[in-house]
Design a protein around this ligand. Sequence first.
Ligand code: SF4
Length: 322
Amino acid sequence: MNEYLLEARGLTKEFPAAGKKTVHAVSDVSLRIREGETLGLVGESGCGKSTLGCLMIRMLSPNSGEVLFRGQSVTGMTDKEFHPLRREMQLVFQDPYASLDPRMTVRDLIAEPIETWRLCKSRREVTDRVRQLLRAVGVPEEFLYRYPHQFSGGQRQRIGIARAIAAEPSFIVCDEPVSALDVSVQNQILNLLKELKTSRKLTYLFISHDLSVVRYLSDRVCVMFLGKVCEIGPTEEVYNHPRHPYTRFLLDAVPLPDPSLKGKEIRLLRGDPPSPANPPSGCRFRTRCPYAKERCGLEEPALREISGAQTACHFAEDLKSL
Ligand code: SF4
């Protein structure tokens, strides 16, 4: 059996931009996600996280590279060939309100994927399944015939999650699923996603700009900067021993409740991020990196294994002690 549920090989996605420019959203990204794991994907907004998420579930086609699902390349499949696999890959959106048709009742919203994939035999069976799903995500069953605007943000996200799991998927891309919610509601939704992952044997790609949220949920974490992976590894290894300067900066920017860390120097990133339409030569982080040397502009650093994680920095070993 294939150990990896999903595999990205050299994925590149470019978009045309104004002035005949090209936005390099995702550049030559390779990664693998094991069955049953949660891979956290972090980085500043515009670094290509959501584009990569859409590429992984074939909601976008890459300019080059491929995605394998259970060892089978889905990139070159026709829509008909891909159809049975579409059910297995679902997406939970940041803004559930925008993704829920306001004219549909909760019953019909959740019934839609069940009917599309013919998972039940009769209308009554579909309604029973919708009731089960509402119970599973913590929405009272009596709200079955209400409309999205009659729910709070947290409840709408629960309905969005019910819609995603209604298709009985094995892989879900969660794209900033809690960033539009209050902190107290965020924790409830994160706990729900964690519980569903175990009870339904799900695999997640969990996209967030919030490092503490990613740490709570992820087995491994992947840090992206300007369309490239700069560090990937087991979550605790990356958080406790970040090798890449960009990962260090991201972690330094997280407010830390630990009093022993009070007064700890916060290293701030210089300048604005470079434009993805005109990325720097060599290492894409070099215009913001205080450790950049001549080699960084000449040669692109490849991901290399250091103490269980992979880091794309020419000088990661030298920077270990800094
Ligand atoms: Fe900084 Fe150079 Fe490492 Fe890039 S390769 S992170 S510029 S030291």
